[in-house]
Design a protein around this ligand. Structure first.
Ligand SMILES: [Zn+2]
Length: 302
């Protein structure tokens, strides 16, 4: 242990980057990124062309890291998406949690048991609050978004659009520590399947609708729009849902798709992307109403 916290954190940042995991400075003793939030962006300096998100400024450059961590004792944020990682975050209970709620570790063990799988052995970090971070390499070819409670209660995943506090950081006097210093395992297929957005709603579309040319077109649009929403990363999700709902509303107006089918597919897609259910419902309702009002007649094409 080095007695100088700034040197210890610089070493933690360099060690993280050496593994190929891009880092961002977090506020000293805190989990939040250093610098301004998107809402307070001055649109100057590095943000002159628009706000630069922590994920976008994460770096592996040891010169930049030395300059930054030499300046203040920042905690170390690890940008999971660019690092090619998916971290399963097993949370502890909070005061507001209902009595009898299992914590993240218990919840994950139950999830593994239901899937008939062993708890995966991989690089694991104990968080300041006593939770666990299980590191996995993300599969190539899919851009997995972060998720909240999608696998089970008290289990989040951090991938694109998220970050984790890396080992060596200290919050509330407790240091994030590697408890299992083993190699990072690939994300197990059964976990990938549980995290991959479902192929939405085709099964619910009545046969009579799908048999017409217009119906088939509407059906394809439904699949494409909902897949696009479900795979949108944090930051653009609500906009993607709004756009998708507006695009699909006209098929309801034209009688090609029943409203409840579109609503259910959009709701599933929005929740798959990690949006809160209530927010999805209100975005979908207002966007569909707008679209139905504004597309009363089918445009005649070709
Ligand atoms: Zn900014």
């Amino acid at each position: 242990m080095t007695p100088d916290p700034r040197a210890a954190l610089l070493n933690a940042a360099l060690a993280t980057a050496t593994r190929g995991w891009p880092v961002i400075p977090l506020r000293p003793g805190d989990k939040r990124p250093a610098g301004h939030a998107e809402g307070d962006c001055p649109r100057t300096g590095r943000c002159s062309d628009g706000h630069v998100k922590p994920e976008q400024r994460a770096t592996l450059d040891s010169e930049l890291i030395r300059a930054c961590w030499g300046h203040r004792s920042y905690n170390v944020g690890l940008a999971t998406g660019p690092a090619g990682l998916l971290v399963v975050d097993l949370d502890t209970l909070k005061a507001k949690d209902e009595e009898g709620t299992p914590n993240g570790v218990t919840s994950f063990e139950a999830l593994c048991e239901r899937a008939g799988q062993a708890v995966p052995t991989t690089y694991r970090v104990r968080t300041a609050s006593g939770g666990h971070h299980l590191y996995f390499t993300a599969p190539g070819g899919v851009r997995l978004p972060s998720s909240k409670g999608k696998l089970a209660k008290k289990i989040d995943t951090r991938a694109w659009g998220g970050y984790v506090v890396a080992a060596g950081s200290t919050v509330g006097g407790q240091t994030y520590q590697v408890t299992d210093p083993v190699p990072v395992a690939p994300l197990p297929g059964w976990l990938l399947a549980a995290l991959t957005p479902p192929r939405p709603a085709r099964r619910n579309v009545p046969v009579a609708t799908s048999s017409s040319r217009a119906g088939r077109y509407a059906d394809t649009a439904l699949t494409n729009e909902t897949t696009a929403i479900a795979t949108t990363a944090e930051g653009g999700r609500d906009e993607a849902l709004l756009r998708g709902a507006r695009a699909l509303g006209r098929f309801i107006a034209w009688g090609d798709l029943p409203r409840h089918v579109v609503e259910q597919a959009l709701q599933e897609a929005g929740e798959s992307a990690g949006l809160p259910p209530g927010q999805c419902r209100s975005t979908i309702r207002s966007a569909l109403n707008w679209s139905i009002t504004n597309n009363p007649h089918r445009r005649v094409t070709a």
